[in-house]
Each structure stands twice: as C-alpha cells, then as structure tokens.
Design a protein around this ligand. Structure first.
Ligand code: MN
Length: 324
C-alpha cells in the first residue's frame, strides 16, 4: 500500500484504461445503489470505448437496483471460472477487505481504486478518491466528463441511480448543488428519474413491510431523545419469510424521529450482528462504527460484530451515549 494518500491524475487513469481491452469491475459486499449503479455505469462507459468490461459479483443483485443493469452487460459470479483479467477497477469500496470473497483477486492484478469514502486506505496501484463527492457515481461522471467519454442512455441511467441512491434523492446532507447539476445532465442524456424513484422506493415486498413493522414496534429512544434504535432478530426474519437482504433503508425510520440525532438498527444475521448508523447533523457515525471494526461516511456507517444481540445493543448504545 502506498504510504501517501495522493490521488493519481486523471491523465494517469486514462493511461491505465487506454491500452487494455479487458477490465474486471468489483464493488463492496452488500452492494447498495451507488455500488451497483457505479459498476453498471462504468461498464457502459467502457463498452462505448470498445472495451470488454466484466462485472464480478458474489451476491445476488437486489431487485431495487436492477434498473441500472440493462441488456448487454457481462456479469460473472466470482468463482474459479472467472476469466483471467489483469486489470481491476474497484468502485465505492474503502478497502480491499470490503470485497468479501473477491478480495484475494486484487493481489496478483493491477488495481484502480475509485471511491468516495474518507477512510479509503488507497489500496490500488492507482487511486482516485474524492470524499467530497456525494457518490462514487459522481466521480465516474466527472471522469467521463473530463475525458470526453460518451455517456449513453444506459450509462446515464446507472450513474443517476447511483447518485440518487447515495443522496437519498437529494435529501441527505451529502447533497451539494453539483449533484443536482450532474443528475440534470444525466436526465438530458436519457435517465428517467421517476423510474429510478419507483425502482428504489416503490418495490417494497409485503413480507418486508411486515418485517419492518416488527422492528418499528420495538423502537426505543434514549440519550435525552437523541438516540433512536430498534432491532430484528433471526426469528423475525424466519416468521416473515425474509432475509437481511430485505432490510434496506430500515435504519432511516429511526433517524427520522423528531429530535433524534442518530438512528441505529441492529440486525441479527446468520453469522454476526450487523449495526447500521445514520445521523442527522453532527455525530460522526463513521468514527463510532470504526470503534467496532466497521466504517463508512460521517452520516451513514455500519459495522458487523459478534456476541449476543442484547449485549451488543447495550454496548453500542452506551458508546453512542458518550457522543450525543
Ligand atoms: Mn457510495
């Protein structure tokens, strides 16, 4: 890993891409909309440059992000049979360890790391990290724009989904005026943001709503009204016929309670307890998540921890109380 956290110049990124035909694109575990939209957007941009991008995945792509992926994209499961591609582009991932089963692939290949997490550890041979960008999709747009790459309708739709997803449709604190400008440009290039809205927020499954209901019925407020949290246990998933893939966005219900600074959602998963944090105005939840081995953004972060659910809840809430 390089000792300095200095970004490569855009010209060096162009030089990384120009001579090769094949690229493997990878994103982080439990991919979100920015991750999937960035993977698809980058793939469509590379196709327009007559390259052959392959998206490597290791988990099913959630239905709500499928809109980013139209026809003509090569998507391969990470396995022994994966084509041997020497150049890897990693998107929206703060470190190699965020890539789950794909992490080992990076060791013997040349890696371009494009990301917007402020704790990114510059794991690539080439790095382009912009924490001031609202989404990885924003960085990809800016790259394409400055290198005069053609942004076709498929790329525009995917990048718009990435940006709209990570800004919560311009509602989150990472929304700058540049995000609106970029999405306006992407609309002019054919992105339909009403379709994206329906895709992200209008596909709730009834069983996932029953799951949410069980969680919401347990909302607790603490820390003089500044902390709100709830949990779901394995029994909740079993009874409702759901899995942890169905809890996307649940944490926001805790964050959005009046007077609350931080919302926390605990999910008891098969092999760990996943904790999601979302804050409103001042609390750096990435620092709190980092103290439990996780990470993320100042207003949106998470960690995975082991132990009994009620003990984990106590430990985390006691830690958060010190900071609100
Ligand atoms: Mn992101």
């Amino acid at each position: 890993m390089p000792e300095t956290r200095v970004n490569n110049a855009i010209a060096e990124i162009a030089d990384f891409i120009a001579p090769e035909d094949e690229f493997l694109l990878l994103g982080h575990e439990d991919a979100d909309g920015d991750c999937i939209g960035s993977l698809a957007g980058m793939a469509y941009l590379l196709q327009e440059l007559d390259k052959n991008p392959v998206i490597g995945i290791y988990q099913p792509i959630p239905e709500m992000f499928q809109l980013a992926i139209q026809d003509d994209l090569e998507i391969e499961k990470i396995s022994e049979d994966l084509p041997d591609i020497n150049r890897i582009i990693v998107l929206d991932s703060s470190g190699q360890d965020r890539l789950g089963p794909a992490a080992d692939l990076l060791d013997s290949r040349t890696v371009l790391n494009i990301d917007h997490h402020e704790d990114n550890d510059f794991f690539g041979e080439l790095n382009f990290v912009r924490p001031e960008s609202a989404a990885a999709g924003m960085i990809i747009f800016e790259l394409a724009d400055s290198l005069n790459w053609k942004i076709n309708q498929n790329a525009a739709r995917a990048l718009a989904l990435a940006i709209l997803s990570d800004t919560g449709f311009f509602r989150y604190s990472n929304t700058g005026s540049r995000a609106l400008e970029v999405v306006q440009e992407l609309m002019e290039l054919g992105a339909d943001i009403h379709k994206i809205s329906r895709s992200l927020y209008g596909q709730n499954k009834p069983e996932a709503m029953r799951l949410l209901g069980r969680g919401l019925s347990r909302i607790e407020v603490s820390g003089q009204g500044r902390i709100a949290y709830f949990y779901l246990n394995r029994e909740d998933y079993r009874i409702t016929g759901t899995s942890s893939r169905d809890n996307e966005g649940f944490v926001n219900f805790a964050r959005n309670i009046s007077g609350v600074e931080v919302g926390i959602f605990f999910s008891e998963e098969v092999d760990c307890i996943k904790v999601s944090f979302r804050s409103n105005d001042y609390l750096r939840v990435n620092d709190i998540a980092a103290s439990f081995g996780g990470g993320g953004h100042p207003r949106a972060a998470g960690c995975k921890t082991s132990g009994e659910l009620d003990k984990v809840i106590d430990r985390v809430i006691n830690e958060v109380k010190k900071h609100v």
